[in-house]
Every structure is written in C-alpha cells, then in structure tokens.
Design a protein around this ligand. Sequence first.
Ligand SMILES: [Zn+2]
Length: 664
Amino acid sequence: MIGYYVDKSIIPLRQVHLDFHTSPLIKGIGSKFSKEQFQSALKKGNVQSITVFAKCHHGYCYYPTKVGTMHPELDFDLLGEMIDAAHEIGVRAPIYITAGWSEYDAETHPEWMAKRPDGSFDTAYDFNASPETPKPTNIWRTLCLNDGEYCQHIYDLTEEICKRYKKVDGIFYDIVFHGAYCTCNNCKAGMKKMGLNPAVGADVKKYYDIKHLDFTRKCNELISKYHKNATVFFNSGGAELDKPEYYPASTHYEMEDLPTAWGGYNKMAPKAKFFSTLGKYYLGMTGKFHHSWGEFGGFKPKEALKYEAANMALYGAGMSIGDQLYPDGEMDEQTYENIGYAFDYLEKTELYCYGGKYVNNLGIYYTVNNQQIYGISDMLLESQMDYRFVLNNDYSGLDAVIFPSGVVLDEKGLRALNDFIAGGGKVLLIERALLKDGKFQIDIGANYKGATTADCDYIKPTEKLLAYEELPKTPFLSYIPSLIIENKDAEVCAEIYHPLFNRTYGHYCGHKNTPYEKDGEKPPALIKKGNVAYISHNIPKIYKDNGSVFHRRYFIAALELIGYKPTLQQNFGSGGRVTVLHQADKNRYCINMTYASPIKRGNVEIIDEITPIYNIKTTFNVQNKIKRVYNPYSGKEYAFEQKDGVCTFTVDELNCHTTAVLEY
Ligand SMILES: [Zn+2]
C-alpha cells in the first residue's frame, strides 16, 4: 500500500517547514511570539506538522543551550514554546538543525570548514569582501561533516535537544550535502589513518562516503536512544534520485524541489514515483515564496499553491510548504491564509489520492542518470502516459519498457528482459541503451557502427511514422547528433540526414547549423524489429535541453510504432497530468487529473492562472465490471460504456484538479 491514508499518525500530509535564519543584528527576536497567534496561524493554515528550528544558518540556537550559542537577541526558549504550542493543538513539531552551514561556527572555528582538493574552502563565499560588499543570495560557508570535531558538536547539540524536550517528533538535519570530497586537515589525517591517499580522487570520495554515512548513523543512534519514534531526515541530498547510498539513513523523504525556482514543475513526479517504491513516506517540498527560501514578502498565488498540493497528491506525496518566520516571532497572516487554501483542498482529495496501488503499464528501466530519467519522464507526463520505474528486473504488469541511454544489463537482467520480450513485452531503446563493448545486448536488427563526426543532424520520418504523430514531413533538426547504426533486418522508420559540413570558422553557413545534405548517405534514426524499437538519438537530453514538441512526438511515435497503448488513454494537452489509483479495499479506481500551464517569467517558473479543460474523453482498460463512474466532489454521475474490458466515458470539466471514481 502506498500513501498516508493508511496511517496518517506517522507522518501527516499537510506540513510547514518554518525557516528562521535570523541575523544577530536584529533585535527583539521572538518578542512578538504568542502561543495564541502561532496556534491561530496553524489552524488557519490547516497544518498538521510544522518543522521548527533549534539552530539556523547564522549559527545561533533558539533555546537556552550549553553546547551551542543562543541567538544574542533572544532571551527565552522560543523553540520550546513553539513545540508546546503546536503539541497543545495536536500539531506535530519536528526540530530543524542546520548541519553543513553555520556562519558562527565557521567564524569561530575556521578549521571546521570543508576544503576542496585544491586546498580552497568549499564555498562560493568571498573571503576578500569587505563588510560593505553586497552579499549575493544563498552564500554560506560550508562545514565538514566527515564525522570530525564539528560533527561531535552536532552530536552534542542533538543530545542536548533530545534530553531537553520531553517529546521530540523528529529531527530535520539540513545541508547534509552528499558530495564527493573534503580535504580539510581533519579529513586528511583521517584518510592517512585509514590508508587512503588525500591526493587521489577515488580515495577522497571513498573517505567522504564512509564518513558521511558514519555521521548519519551516529545522529540516528543518538535520536533513537532518547526518542524511539522520532523521524529523521537528512536534507540536501537525502531525497535525490542519484544518491541511493543515503536512502537508508532517513525515516522518510522530503523532496526539496521548490518548483518555481529549482527545477520546475516536472521534477517532483519521477522522484515521488521512485521514493514510493522504498516503502517510506515521502513529501513534496515547495515554498509559499514567489522564488525560493528566505524571500520575505514573496508570495505565490494561492491557486498555484493549490495546484501544487493537488499535483503532489496525484503522486501520493504529502506536502511541505516552506515559510520563514519574521524575526519577532509573529506568523504572517497572508501566508497562512494561502497555505490554508491549499491544505483545505489537499484534505478534500485525501480519500481518493492516497492509499492504493498505481495502475499503469509502461516502465522506465531505472538508472541513476538523472538527465535520462527527467527527460523521458517529461515527455511521458506531458503526453498523459503514466509510468513506473522498473527496479530489480521486475516487469510484472507492464506492456512496454523504455531503456534510457547508457543502461547495460548483467546476465540475470538480460534473461529477464528476453523473457519479457518473448512474452510479447514491447521495448524501446534509446541511443546507448544496452550497448556494451560496441555491440547491442539484444537483437535490434542493426549493428552499432560508431559515434558520428557530425556536429548536428536531421531526422526524416517515413510515411508510416507520420501516421502516428504530427511531425514535420521534411527533415527536422536534432540538436545533438545521432550514433551511427547499420541496418540488418529491421524496418527503418526514420532516417538521418547529415549536415553538408560541420560549422567551423573555415566552413559555416549563416547564423546557426549547416543545412542538410539531400543526396548523401542516410543511416537509420529509428528502427523496429518485432516488438523492439531503437532510437539512435539521445532524445531525452535533446528534449530536456531544447523543448521542441516534435522531439517529444517523435519519441511517443516510437512507442506507438511498437503497438504500445496506455491502460488509461486521455489526451488533454501538455499541461495535463494523470494517475490511476486502485483502491482494492474500496472496490474502486480513482483517476486523478491535474491541469496547469507553468510559464517562465524572469528567473521563475510560475502558474499565473488555471485554465479549465472540458470534455476529456477517457478510455480505461479494466477487467472489473464497472458499476458507477462519478465525480466524488460534486457527486455528478458520468455516463459510461464498458465493452471487452474497455470502459469509456467523458470527464466534463477539469479545473486545476479532479477525480473520476470508477466503482466495481
Ligand atoms: Zn573535512
């Protein structure tokens, strides 16, 4: 079972992450904090959990501490009062401790700072700046977390907090970067002790990994000694798709994606899909801000926040909204009004979005190559083709599987794949997928001939391919050139046109890429043999970098070419997202849909308005005999037909989010 509805008591859905990185130059810290005002904001925001702060990036603590340094302008236990205020109204209050960034500690203990292999400090901080030099945003000095003297300070702080407060719901360690190196004196000495060489990159990385994991292990041990049920999360790397070594350290995952500023609205879905497979709770993180953290007075329209809530619900993620408390401790009224608007809606969707098993029949073979995963995911999400990741060679329930470029299988993996193909499974390989030592690991009907020497090339679809998707009939530009393959016995469905010459100072034509050669050799760009198709371009990267709809359609056409049909068929534009949740205990399927069109304005991706979509034709392949199809929010019944395992009906209106419930 996936989702919170099963046991909401563990980690609630509706959370706020309350930052409080507060300058020592500001007076009256917490002077306007009032239990009643704090509680009233939480109630207005319909908040179930709020992460409150023990220590901030300035390096100060917000409670009377013997281990750390209390904020010089604070004279009471603000942390304790917040925890009590939250607990009194049944709101959870996990505690925030900054780890990797702490200005006070960097200033007083420069030897605690992390160093790059070249000996410089591992930070963009300008050490030559005068006190009057304007400071860029988000610049802090980074401290070494390789289980050294500074880590002992964090352990002591953790223990102090664990002993001081009767009920610690959880600890959120921030800025635990999962990087590759630290060569501070402490680490160099540690490496030598371990027989590792600080001058060798692989040794430095090995030491870093061992010591970072030691850090997370020791924090966990300390917390569980005092508070067995407390949650623990290590942020800034603990919920990234390419850091599997750190997944066990956290009790749950907070995906810090901040869609407006940090990677866009498509980033959360593949992460949620992945973290849903690990059997722990996962939250999407966003901000109340227009841009990102620390933005006082920055607001996102409440409709955008509501969309984000619904979209997180679509993928079974809880929601954590970032805020930063005003230095005097007064909660911002507008912020909690906006949060309440989103959380009231999220609460409404709970029954239909959480607790169940997702239904889809398309797989992406999992790889830690983010560029491939995000590129493929974008194209599928924007085409209303929901998917799951193939992990441990488990192809069950899948009709087709996409192999990202670079994936190579071991013998066991190959056997499983060949069984899948023999059983009628459809496969799409991208560029270097299953390419090992210059040979494809399965029969694609062609041989690998090598890398191209062209600086770009063009794709010309055949008549057959044009029947699947609307593509240009004439050659269209591929921004990254293809690999070269030689056809043996596959059907060629698109060809490569090469440029007349590469663009150099000696040979060039016009502003940009050189036009294509009409009469030259035309190696295959897309081939099909049986139920296997192969695309010789790195389409996920091309799409991610350039965003042309034709590359996306070309990719989707390749899936259609091998006969792939989604379990759920809908088509309501690239802003549409859809998942199907099977709630077997309730004898129903919930088709959840969202629609929004984020646009880039300045350096921010925003949702300005939500456009309603009408009359969405829906075809759902389902064996259970459907008794009723309806909208659970309005109660409206949808007329439907079911024939030969195919149920068809029309969703009348989608305004931001809706659900169609199919009861059987
Ligand atoms: Zn170090």
